[in-house]
Design a protein around this ligand. Sequence first.
Ligand SMILES: [Zn+2]
Length: 216
Amino acid sequence: MLLKELRQQLVEYGCKMFDAKLVRDGQGNISVLDDESGYIVITPTAVPYKIRKPEDICVVDRNRKLIEGNYPVTSENALHMVFYQKRQDIRAVVHSHPLYSTAISVIGEAEMPVVLNEAAFFLGAPLPVANYGRPGTEELANVTVEAAGLGVGAIMAHHGLVTVGSSLKNAYDSTLAAEDTAQVIILARAMSGRVVPLDTEEATILRKMYLKKCGY
Ligand SMILES: [Zn+2]
């Protein structure tokens, strides 16, 4: 089997994402770029997380041709591919539908501020909210990659969240940090109607500390 270890990782992270209630079953998608082969390992469409096996995970080339896998590739494959095309620095993409981040996606704000110092390690800067795009379309992929810029991802209007990173762990940690941030913002606003963002310079310093620690 091609890229067995990476495919096993995608099975494991899919279960983590499902157990953490970041997606409903079968929704959301994850991919990892393998530097050596140039292939992308990516989750299949709508297969329940708990019954996925490594051989069910798709291996595709950069032209989205299925090289190996038991099921069709996720319908959001354009979203993943556009990030690998535009960003030479990333090796993983995580797309989920977490409740609190998605709530932030429907209030018409342009970005979600950084408010927690622990989350700043994984976000570094406010997370932009991308324009609306219909699920599974090139349009959605383009507006999302444009909004993300060189950052760790974007909130997708009326939809969910995408994070990227130099490893699957890194991208997944940014998803957790974004969701924790969204939850705290919503709680803070419920209590007082406002939120105080973390100092921008402090957020940048914390992100740099994290990247240095990880050796990036
Ligand atoms: Zn989605």
